[in-house]
Ligand binder design. Structure first.
Ligand SMILES: [Fe+2]
Ligand SMILES: [Fe+2]
Length: 298
């Protein structure tokens, strides 16, 4: 099976947005966006990923959050419109939220992610979005978590909470034997600026994973390719963070990208990173080995 993974597309749309909507945390975010981000995550690169996916079909797509910048309704609408172009359809694409998708308490109350992206985040046999979202596709079980919470600036941290961790524990036990892919926005270990940007209950998550196991963990948030392992009951579990899907940058290691994982007989056999080449307006492949991953700092 082939699983594609992209993240942090940060689709920008300010259509119909009125200034009063920025009288809170969004003021800072909005200014930052206008100064740095608007041009850095062009929507055309989000569309380019979708075109590339449709030209080179995979079996499932996982999107690990930060689809928007400021959790605005037009941004969710734009993200939905572009996701709807993926030929696999919502059952073939699993989307989880990032911190930018619940940027304010208002955004959390409005439940825009839960409403607009529901077809992409509803688990098998469910009629509403509920985390963890569990979707079984062939030999793969995708288990999507929500770490998103509206922290005041300058925080960009994440949190799972006890209820979600208990349900994750159950889902991992129930699908032992499948190739279990756990998807979350924040890295599940201590990364740089962990106090400001990290997953608060990462140690609790690590304990669940160490007990129940998983075959692959996918995340975004850092806008960088990160590859480590964390302990599992039957050996190290690979943890793969993918860079932003839309970052328009000169540096090849930061440029817009997505990953394709090949899974055979219950094993991750290859990771292909498809990097956008601005001069050619296409993606080219950077295959990397899945061996020699170093253990993460817990
Ligand atoms: Fe992001
Ligand atoms: Fe993020």
């Amino acid at each position: 099976m082939k699983i594609a993974h992209f993240s942090d597309v940060h689709a920008l749309s300010l259509d119909g947005v009125r200034p009063w909507q920025f009288l809170n945390k969004r003021v800072a975010g909005y200014l930052n966006l206008r100064l740095h981000r608007g041009e850095k995550h062009p929507v055309r690169l989000f569309r380019a990923i979708v075109d590339d996916l449709n030209a080179r079909p995979v079996d499932h797509v996982v999107v690990t959050g930060d689809l928007t910048n400021l959790s605005l309704a037009p941004e969710f609408k734009l993200a939905r419109e572009i996701l709807d172009q993926i030929a696999l359809g919502p059952k073939g694409v699993t989307v989880i939220p990032g911190n930018h998708d619940v940027y304010t308490f208002g955004a959390l109350q409005d439940k825009l992610f839960w409403d607009v992206l529901a077809p992409y985040a509803t688990g098998d046999g469910k009629d509403a979005v509920e985390f963890p979202v569990v979707r079984v596709r062939g030999e793969v079980a995708v288990i999507g978590l929500s770490t998103a919470l509206p922290s005041p600036p300058p925080l960009a941290d994440g949190w799972l909470g006890r209820a979600q961790l208990e349900k994750l524990d159950e889902a991992l036990a129930a699908h032992d034997g499948k190739f279990r892919i756990v998807a979350l926005h924040h890295p599940p270990y201590t990364n740089r600026h962990a106090i400001l940007r990290g997953l608060r209950d990462r140690k609790k998550l690590q304990r669940v994973l160490a007990r129940r196991g998983a075959e692959l963990i996918l995340h975004g948030h850092e806008h960088r390719d990160l590859r480590v392992t964390i302990p599992g009951p039957r050996g190290p579990i690979p943890v793969i963070g993918v860079g932003s899907g839309t970052y328009d940058d000169e540096r090849p290691e930061r440029r817009a990208r997505y990953n394709v994982y090949t899974i055979e007989a219950g094993r991750l056999v290859s990771v292909e990173t498809r990097v956008h080449e601005p001069s050619a307006e296409r993606f080219s492949v950077h295959a990397t080995p899945t061996t020699d991953l170093r253990p993460a700092t817990p």
